[in-house]
Unconditional design. Structure first.
Length: 412
């Protein structure tokens, strides 16, 4: 079989799925990655004895394409509680799905987070999205999440105290302007599965793929330029390529500059015990405050826990343009005053301006377009999710395999 030389730029989830699929079908690729580890936006680093995810990130076990490509049962997943602890004006309330999280039934029903009607609407919406297919959801007339929630009849109280902080932490924007299709998709995924994090941190996911499928990656090899039939790495090497798969999320499908949602992620350590015992998210429902959510990775990172100490992840979505040191001061003040935490020691700070690409309307269809021997790929062409990255990877690999079969037929 005559083989095209395929170069993949980027070892994020999309690039890894393309490489895995092609390798499983007997095709070799050259995979060039600018960093010294795989995963792109899904990474974990080690510091001060802790494993730190580069931005708080979960995977949703119901994601259909993630399930298809990653044997999730091999990742040592820790499910998060199906609910959240809401912090509001020095009060806390645990709410959640009473069918899946022990001990939240009464607090959910009697909480002042939303009316009884809101709780009935949540059950109704859960039943509805379970009936809809993912494709049907992405055909839903486009509007913002905020418009959808209001039109569905949810009270301002539950929108402000639950939906807004919860989905701000997911979409990484605090106006809920994100397409309602994305909201319905994520809501369906929460209704049908769990939010989970591997014990070793979110970066275990790409690390697993690399190891399991023997994917060879050329690390620290940023591509500086590309043209018809070649790429040039930053050290000046020109690598010829019959086909290039470019997974760098730099421009949208119509070559426009991408817009992004991002976040600031602080990691603090403090002496045990934890403020929230189980692996559950803590939401700040006060819109005047900067901290959006907190989570204790030390509630799951068993092998990396430091005895007697806890690791706390704190996410800020809207920093009101404060610089790092100002922001740090405000965050610590809020953690002390609103969450009653003390003895906090900053372990690390990540600023991640490009976390979730803004794709409006969000899409679920991926059409492979090859222009001058280059195929653009990535979540940003559909919707900002691991599921979209896996789907894009699968479709591109299938397209390449079809091409190879035609070429093979011609050479026989
Ligand atoms: C903080 C945060 C939270 C998130 N939360 C969630 C979540 O809860 N659930 C969810 O589903 N999704 C979440 N996401 C989004 C999810 O991580 C992405 O959808 C997914 O990782 C996209 O994968 P990708 O391969 O398409 O893109 P990337 O991961 O961006 O991959 C692109 C790759 O190209 C490499 N690259 C860039 N330039 C070059 C170059 N010049 N030469 C060579 N290589 C290059 C990059 O280093 C990277 O490895 C989150 C993302 C972040 C950052």
């Amino acid at each position: 079989m005559q083989q095209n030389k395929i170069v993949i730029i980027g070892a994020g989830l999309t690039g890894l799925i393309v490489a895995k699929e092609l390798k499983n079908n007997g095709l070799d690729v050259v995979l060039l990655e600018k960093l010294d580890q795989p995963g792109g936006r899904i990474r974990t680093i080690e510091k001060n004895g802790w494993s730190l995810d580069v931005g708080f990130q979960v995977l949703l076990t119901a994601y259909p394409y993630l399930n298809k490509h990653v044997p999730l049962n091999r990742l040592e997943l820790q499910n998060l509680d199906a609910g959240a602890t809401i912090f509001y004006k020095k009060r806390t309330i645990a709410i959640g799905d009473p069918l899946r999280t022990k001990g939240v039934l009464l607090s959910t029903i009697f909480s002042n987070v939303g009316t009884l009607n809101d709780k009935l609407l949540i059950f109704k919406l859960q039943r509805t999205v379970k009936k809809w297919s993912v494709d049907e959801i992405f055909e839903y007339p486009n509007c913002s999440t905020m418009e959808y929630l209001t039109n569905y009849g949810f009270s301002d109280n539950i929108i402000q105290k639950f939906f807004k902080p919860f989905f701000t932490g997911i979409f990484l924007e605090d106006k809920l302007e994100t397409s309602a299709r994305m909201f319905l998709f994520v809501f369906k995924m929460f209704a049908e599965g769990n939010a989970a994090i591997p014990h070793g941190g979110i970066g275990s996911l790409p690390q697993f793929l690399v190891k399991e499928y023997g994917i060879k990656i050329h690390y620290n090899r940023p591509v500086a330029a590309l043209g018809k039939g070649f790429v040039v790495t930053s050290d000046g090497e020109k690598i010829s390529a019959d086909l290039i798969v470019d997974t760098r999320p730099e421009f949208s499908a119509d070559h426009e500059e991408l817009n992004w949602n991002g976040c600031h992620n602080f990691y603090f350590e403090h002496p045990s015990p934890r403020l929230i015992k189980s692996p559950r998210i803590g939401l700040n429902a006060n819109p005047q405050k900067l901290v959006n959510n907190i989570f204790y990775p030390s509630s799951i990172l068993v092998p990396h826990s430091k005895k007697g100490m806890e690791l706390l992840s704190v996410t800020v979505v809207n920093s009101h343009r404060l610089g790092k040191s100002e922001l740090e001061k405000v965050v610590i003040k809020e953690l002390i005053e609103d969450f009653q935490l003390s003895n906090l020691n900053l372990v690390h700070y990540f600023f991640i301006p490009k976390a979730i690409p803004v794709v409006n309307p969000s899409l679920n269809q991926f059409t492979v377009i090859e222009e001058d021997g280059v195929i653009k790929a990535g979540d940003y062409l559909m919707n900002g999710s691991q599921n979209a990255a896996c789907k894009a990877g699968e479709y591109i690999a299938a397209f390449i395999l079809d091409k190879e079969k035609i070429l093979d037929g011609l050479t026989k």
